[in-house]
Design a protein around this ligand. Structure first.
Ligand SMILES: O=C(CO)[C@H](O)[C@H](O)COP(=O)(O)O
Length: 230
């Protein structure tokens, strides 16, 4: 079994009937959604879910998982499950490789519990090898880029995979700048600095959100990690 499949499937075990869920985006949580679909169809699991992207919405519909709009959720979601591009020992994350960071962060921050699921290649001692995705408004994005780079890195406007020339647009109609800052020594400070820049909508640093990480290995085994205090 592939590591992503092992991790994503294992993470689905935290889902119980009656829960309102946040469903993440990507090729690991894909397996969580597939497993939840199976349980809905075969075991009568009753859940309602808010998807973090149009891609996940489509998959959840195919799997027969009932969807709800955020406004229909009184209070917080019970549980959100999502993938990550990097996970450090304190379970701080870099996310947004798939471009869904804004909805992903909104959903993780509005869930009682947030579980991250990833293959072991995503585990790092320090965040920053993976370029940090920053969602910016298209208007004057070059100005925003300049301000971002003053924080000490370089950045690239993400382009569509198809044409390779058109700027990629998120589900919210924004652009993404992938920022190489190198090792991020203080992720919380970096998060604050990024959010202070006009034009920045959100960034892919998820701090203090994940309560546990379900990590998958190539032999099909999984490990569940709790955040280490750093
Ligand atoms: O943040 C994300 C999408 O915006 C994904 O969760 C992240 O990119 C991990 O993806 P995958 O599970 O395909 O490796």
């Amino acid at each position: 079994m592939e590591a992503k499949q092992a991790a994503g499937t294992e993470a689905a075990r935290y889902v119980e009937s009656g829960m309102k869920l946040g469903l993440g985006t990507g090729s690991t949580v894909y397996w969580t959604i597939r497993e939840l679909g199976r349980r809905v169809r075969e075991e009568g699991l009753r859940v309602e879910a808010v998807p973090t992207s149009l891609e996940t919405e489509k998959l959840a519909r195919q799997e027969g998982i009932p969807l709800i709009a955020p406004r229909e959720v009184a209070g917080r979601l019970d549980l959100a499950i999502d993938g990550a591009d990097e996970v450090d020992p304190a379970l701080r994350l870099i996310k947004g490789g798939g471009g869904a960071l804004l909805r992903e962060k909104l959903i993780a921050a509005n869930a009682e519990r947030f579980i991250v699921t990833a293959d072991s290649s995503k585990c790092v001692e320090k965040l920053g090898r993976f370029p940090l995705p920053v969602e910016v408004v298209p208007f004057a994005w070059e100005w925003t880029q300049r301000r971002l780079e003053l924080l000490g890195g370089t950045s690239r406007l993400r382009l569509t995979k198809d044409s390779g020339e058109e700027p990629y647009r998120t589900d919210n109609g924004n652009y993404v700048l992938d920022c190489a800052f190198g090792e991020i020594s203080d992720p919380a400070a970096m998060n604050r600095s990024l959010l202070e820049i006009p034009g920045v909508v959100e960034n892919g640093l998820f701090i203090g959100l994940a309560e546990r990480a379900v990590i998958g290995y190539t032999d099909g085994s999984t490990k569940t990690l709790r955040a280490e205090k750093l």
